[in-house]
Design a protein around this ligand. Structure first.
Ligand code: MTE
Length: 322
């Protein structure tokens, strides 16, 4: 059953080494693309490499980056949760090859003065892209460190002039079952939806993501536009966004609708509030080595972003608002 699938994995996936010179990598990518086009069966992690991505112009933002060693490109793009493409970790890389992230548009509406449907180019035009290396903690008790490329969500939201009734921001993922095999079954209620309180959305750590490792997002990581709130569990970070609306009441969020006793609306990383079926006190860093027996590291309050975000939740009972 689905809900039982969404649990910590005890086995470490086998991950390829990243030590490949760029020229060899590019030739290999051409070969892989040809193999995919010819319908040959290749491992999921290789398919990620075959996917089309483009180089982005960006500046590094060390002030907003952690110094932990980033996971490799292969790790980040071959071990994913994206139920629209299947429920296993390798499914998104394997099944997202024919998803078309261009052309793309995003509908903006609700409690704001500027509404409409905007192309991705309109959305991106005024924003300078930056790279931030963030910690990423999945609710399933594994973690990664990812060099994202994006821009502050608050700068995007401000352009639409939210009014005083805009207490929350709601997000929706695209529904396209012809290209998303997982949407042909009722694993989840589609579209995948998520939401943030407006002050969380306006927090300087909240990012709109368009790329990773200096290139546009591969399909399996949520191309072309996704959310990143590094102090929350991974499932808040909705992928392939087509709708953003400002709302007065707390909006629905997919995992909260699916299993309300297991996944709350806030979903803040909190080592002292366990999931009903497992502890959240420790995490397995993907790629840290050691296979099944690798050392788990302690999970930090708000995923290590406590000094920046704790004030958002001052006075709240975090066991109740989990
Ligand atoms: N967004 C959509 N639309 N569908 C999903 O299934 N999975 C979530 C989140 N965003 C998901 C989604 C979960 S459970 C996690 S852990 C992260 O995406 C995984 O992001 P990654 O694959 O880039 O690591």
């Amino acid at each position: 059953m689905l809900i039982n699938r969404h649990k910590p994995e005890d086995c470490a996936c086998i991950l390829p080494s990243e030590i490949t010179p760029e020229s060899a990598y590019l030739n290999r990518r051409d070969l892989l693309k040809a193999a995919v086009a010819a319908g040959l069966v290749i491992p999921a992690s290789w398919q990620a490499e075959a996917a089309e991505t483009q180089k982005l112009n960006y500046t590094k933002n060390p002030g907003f980056s952690v110094t932990d060693k980033p996971n490799t490109y292969e790790e980040i793009t071959s071990y994913n949760n994206f139920y629209e493409f299947g429920t296993n970790k390798e499914d998104p890389a394997r099944n997202s090859g024919s998803f078309k992230p261009t052309p793309w548009s995003v509908k903006i509406g609700g409690e704001c003065d500027v509404k409409g449907t905007f192309t991705l180019e309109d959305i991106l035009k005024p924003h300078a892209l930056e790279e931030r290396i963030y910690r990423f903690r999945c609710v399933e008790a594994w973690s990664m460190v990812i060099p994202w490329v994006g821009f502050p969500l608050k700068d995007l939201l401000a352009r639409f002039k939210p009014n005083s009734k805009a207490k929350y921001v709601a997000f929706k993922t695209i529904v396209r079952p012809s290209e998303m095999i997982g949407q042909r079954s009722g694993t989840l209620d589609w579209p995948y939806v998520e939401g943030l309180r407006i002050d969380e959305a306006m927090h300087p750590l909240s990012l709109m993501i368009v790329g990773l490792y200096g290139k546009t997002l591969p399909n399996q990581n949520g191309a072309p536009l996704r959310l990143m709130t590094p102090w929350k569990y991974g499932f808040k970070n909705i992928k392939s966004i087509v709708e953003i609306s400002f709302v007065e009441k707390q909006p629905p969020s997919t995992w909260n609708i699916t299993a309300p006793s297991e996944y709350g609306f806030y979903s803040n990383v909190n080592p002292s509030v366990d999931h009903p079926r497992w502890s959240q006190a420790r995490e397995r860093r993907i790629g840290a080595g050691g296979g099944l027996f690798n050392a788990r590291q302690e999970t930090l309050m708000f995923n290590g972003y406590e000094t920046q975000v704790a004030s958002l939740y001052k006075g709240m009972d975090l066991k109740k608002y989990f």
